[in-house]
Design a protein around this ligand. Structure first.
Ligand SMILES: NC(=O)c1ccc[n+]([C@@H]2O[C@H](COP(=O)([O-])OP(=O)(O)OC[C@H]3O[C@@H](n4cnc5c(N)ncnc54)[C@H](OP(=O)(O)O)[C@@H]3O)[C@@H](O)[C@H]2O)c1
Length: 276
């Protein structure tokens, strides 16, 4: 199951996963693009289940989880790839800042609600698409939703940093032989998302950026690793584990990281509890 399957990195991944003969639940917002990606998966040799959902809206995300639970008996890999850097601060129907909803609340809700299907697979994987941008920000729960002085690039980097804290916390909570939670960074790839949100960067560095196909190599590799090969609790780039920190100002001890994880999971659990 792959979110953000209708554009850029997700769309390239969908085609590769189809070529590996997988059944791909492709999640996106736009019905036309969903139809196109479903066709691409089928042409590549896979089976496509297109699913429309705006992941900013937790009610829609809950409905999606319910539909999937009725339709499938297990999920081998859940990829949280959907994401966006939003220039303006907006709030979701549930009153959350949209970046936080799409990158954290909705992935948490999906992961919790789809847990029975993940547990029904042989050591399922949950893979989250983070970004090198997260290296610039430290984690602070009270600075996530950015009620004052919103800046899209900062909100994005904080949400991506929080995805690291979330992944490490879930992996630590997981018993041996349980689910495997990892993160992947694509490198910088020329996608519609980058062209829209960082036009100058995209134009200036265009020739140096990866193609979407190059950007998803590690994600597709992780998806197709045999169950039981441990990738969890780590951040992957170019098929190698990478550090969680590059700047001393963002670095915390392992003990503090675990405390941050506990704090974040408690907040997320509470935030999704209100959802039907
Ligand atoms: N490209 C890079 O260099 C780069 C670097 C680091 C990390 N990333 C991460 O990689 C992921 C994919 O990015 P991309 O570059 O491929 O961008 P993209 O071309 O804009 O694709 C983003 C995908 O996310 C979906 N999405 C966004 N908001 C959504 C929402 N509210 N509900 C449902 N789906 C939503 C989009 O759906 P629609 O088609 O409906 O818009 C689209 O399918 C993101 O998490 C991004 O942060 C990208």
């Amino acid at each position: 199951m792959l979110t953000g399957a209708t554009s850029g990195l997700g769309r390239a991944s969908a085609r590769f996963l189809g070529a590996l003969g997988m059944t791909v639940v492709a999640v996106g917002r736009d019905p036309r693009r969903l139809e196109e990606v479903a066709r691409e998966i089928e042409i590549a040799g896979g089976t496509a289940y297109p699913e429309a959902c705006d992941l900013a809206d937790l009610d829609q995300t809950a409905d999606l989880a319910e539909r999937i639970t009725r339709r499938l008996d297990h999920i081998d890999v859940l990829v949280h790839n959907a994401g966006a850097l939003l220039g303006e601060r907006t709030e979701t129907p549930q009153g959350h800042e949209t970046t936080v909803a799409v990158h954290l609340l909705s992935p948490h809700l999906l992961t919790v609600r789809l847990r029975p299907l993940l547990k029904a697979a042989d050591q399922a994987k949950v893979i989250t698409m983070t970004s090198g941008g997260m290296y610039t920000e430290r984690f602070a729960l009270d600075r996530l939703e950015m009620t004052d002085d919103y800046r899209g690039s900062v909100a994005y980097a904080r949400a991506k940093r929080a995805q690291v804290v979330w992944t490490v916390a879930l992996q630590a909570r997981e018993p041996a032989e349980g689910l495997d939670f990892s993160l992947v960074h694509p490198g910088w790839a020329k996608t519609p998302g980058v062209a829209d949100s960082l036009p100058t960067f995209s134009r200036a560095l265009g020739p140096l950026l990866r193609t979407p196909a190059e950007g998803v190599d590690t994600l597709v590799w992780l998806c197709s690793l045999d169950p039981g090969i441990p990738a969890g609790g780590r951040l992957w780039l170019d098929r190698r584990p990478r550090p969680f920190y590059r700047l001393s100002s963002t670095r915390v001890s392992d003990e503090r990281l675990a405390e941050q994880g506990t704090e974040l999971l408690a907040w997320l659990d509470q935030a999704i509890e209100a959802t039907k």
